[in-house]
Design a protein around this ligand. Sequence first.
Ligand code: HEM
Length: 160
Amino acid sequence: MTLNITPGAFGIRPRVEKPNPQFLAQLTEPGMRELVSQHYDLLVKSKIKGLFPDNEAGIDFAKKKSADFFIQICGGEAHFSKNRGNPMMAARHAPFKITPSARLVWLKCYQAILPELKVDEPLLLSFWNYLDIFSIWMINTPEGEGETKKAENKTGFWGA
Ligand code: HEM
């Protein structure tokens, strides 16, 4: 199985398809929470660890928010909207400087753990394709400008 990474850049938003809901049906909610937990455990050891909370409570909360979102986007319970409101993912990422190479690190952490899942390959690929494309939307900083944690105020740009 090959999990391809589409080249991404600041300022492009390719059309995204949601994952096949059968992915969540096979993985289950606890399985999704475990997947997200493993992803964060890799992120906090990665080159982009500086973007994420530096304490356990912060990471646990980030894991919860992220898993709530993925369960929802995969056709499960609307945990994210109930707990956090409108997803507005790009706007929620605006405070963090996400460069094309930060996106690559983020994706590679999923690339490392997805093949371990016991779900049918086409379903796994539909989840991967969603991450691959939608993660391009989160790039909000050109390469070379991502040294610090907080982005400048991009409110105007994101139209928030
Ligand atoms: C492109 C690479 C990405 C990077 C570097 C990144 C980084 C981050 C950071 C730093 C946070 C804040 C962590 C915290 O809660 O303190 C965050 C939150 C979040 N991210 Fe990402 N992210 C990326 C892509 C994505 C993608 C593709 C999705 C969904 C498909 C996503 C979903 C979320 C969610 C749901 C939250 C919590 C938002 C909230 O309610 O506060 N992220 N991300």
